[in-house]
Design a protein around this ligand. Structure first.
Ligand code: ATP
Ligand code: MG
Length: 417
């Protein structure tokens, strides 16, 4: 067994220079109580990744945390009092303070906990070794389960027996793939994958909102492509998505769009959307919002119209795609088609063209025609249809003169009748 407490590496110690954090630790880490930074903040600082939220664990009970916050005139919000979590606000920056806990009973998702004064016990109830480190105010790093070595090796491992840990909380199956994609390198831990497979039936007990959130986070992670492929190969991902995943297309999409901020929803489309019906199924299965499923359905419809093409459409065809499906769907479909075809410079140019293009909406209305003497009624509908056809044929001109000429021609033809 390696030493539990070591002097924290400088990159982790730097966390403690954060003034607001120092203030909270000074408040909680005294007079018989201890408080440390735990979880993601310690992990990310060691990995050199941005720290977005700072969680603190303390021997103090929630009552003591609240009393000390009040005495120090800090605002506290009992965000998760049932499991011992209180949010403290310093200069309106939130810190989650959780009293040390020990699981008494687990049922596959929720744990019955009791408060504890033992940081080692609190560490061992966490999921993965890399998530179980704690950092004290005096710059010591506490490593009860070999997390530091795993961080250095970029290795994601369960704390203890993976099967037992998954039975306590089946969400950990999804967290395993998500954290491996976010922080791991190399092949997935064999015993962990095996345990996920053996315990797969527990996945059915997770709420669809949970599944949604984990899958979208997995797709946002740096190593989403690779890990999603392994996840697909287990057969588990297909069950969760109720469709056969296409990880190769996802990998191509991520390579194709590597220079852009990750778009998890488009990644989901690359993974498992071919037809508008797939978007509807995902809406149900992953509880997507209306706007999310609508985006996927429109992308799928536009993608379908590109079916079978080997090279990206020429500019005129791209404009028609935008006019028909909207610029967002046209761009999404083009990215999906590029991923399917393996990407390349020509696809990239086509996508840049679509993104730079304006939304195309017919710049005429019935009122324009009525103003020119076309009789109200079914004449207007027909004239608009004619205008639309000619505007498309003319390549969607935007300048006034051309638009006037188009209108003149159609009105003249109508009035002749
Ligand atoms: P992220 O950057 O994704 O928020 P995180 O490490 O902060 O990463 P959270 O889900 O916010 O992850 O959880 C905070 C910490 O709580 C984790 O680092 C882990 O130690 C513990 N934890 C969270 N969920 C579980 C779980 N289902 N089982 C065991 N421990 C968990
Ligand atoms: Mg977190």
């Amino acid at each position: 067994m390696s030493m539990v407490a070591v002097a924290a590496p400088a990159r982790a110690k730097a966390l403690l220079e954060h003034q607001d954090l120092a203030r909270i630790l000074a408040l909680l880490d005294r007079d018989g109580e201890e408080a440390r930074v735990v979880g993601g903040a310690v992990r990310n600082s060691l990995l050199g990744r941005p720290v977005t939220e700072i969680d603190i664990a303390t021997t103090a009970t929630p009552e003591i945390v609240m009393a000390r916050a009040q005495a120090a005139k800090l605002k506290s919000v009992p965000t998760g009092l049932a499991h011992g979590t209180i949010m403290l606000l310093v200069e309106s920056k939130p810190f989650e303070v959780t009293s040390l806990r020990e699981d008494i009973e687990t049922d596959g998702r929720h744990a019955k906990v009791k408060f504890s004064r033992d940081f080692a016990v609190d560490a061992r109830r966490r999921d993965f070794t890399i998530n179980a480190l704690s950092l004290s105010r005096d710059g010591m790093l506490y490593d009860y389960v070999g997390g530091l070595a795993d961080i250095e090796a970029r290795r994601l491992r369960f704390i203890g027996d993976p099967v037992a840990r998954i039975r306590e909380d089946y969400l950990r199956i999804l967290r395993f793939f998500r954290f491996a994609a976010a922080y791991g390198e190399g092949p997935l831990d064999g015993p962990a994958v095996l345990a996920c497979l053996r315990e797969r039936e527990g996945l059915a007990r997770l709420s669809r909102e949970r599944v949604r959130s984990e899958i979208l986070k997995l797709l946002a992670a740096p190593r989403a492509g690779e890990v999603t492929r392994e996840f697909s190969e287990t057969g588990l991902l297909g069950t969760l998505l109720s469709s056969a995943p296409n990880p190769a297309r996802l990998i191509n999409l991520l390579r194709f769009s590597a220079d852009e901020p990750r778009d998890s929803l488009l990644a989901l489309a690359a993974l498992c959307v071919n037809l508008p019906e797939d978007a509807e199924r995902l809406r149900e299965g992953l509880r997507l919002s209306n706007s999310e499923s609508q985006r996927l359905a429109e992308a799928a419809a536009a993608f379908l119209s590109l079916h079978g093409i080997e090279a990206p459409p020429v500019a005129a065809a791209l404009l028609r795609l935008i006019f028909r499906y909207g610029r967002q769907a046209a761009g999404d479909a083009l990215a999906l088609a590029a991923a399917e075809r393996g990407g390349g410079a020509a696809w990239r140019e086509a996508l840049a063209f679509v993104r730079a293009a304006p939304e195309l909406r017919l710049p005429f209305s019935g009122a324009d025609l009525i103003a020119r003497g076309v009789p109200d009624g079914k004449e207007i509908g027909e004239a608009l249809k004619e205008l639309r056809k000619r505007w498309i044929e003319a390549g969607f001109p935007q300048d006034r003169e051309k638009l006037q000429a188009l209108l003149d021609a159609v009105v003249a033809a109508r009035l002749k009748h």
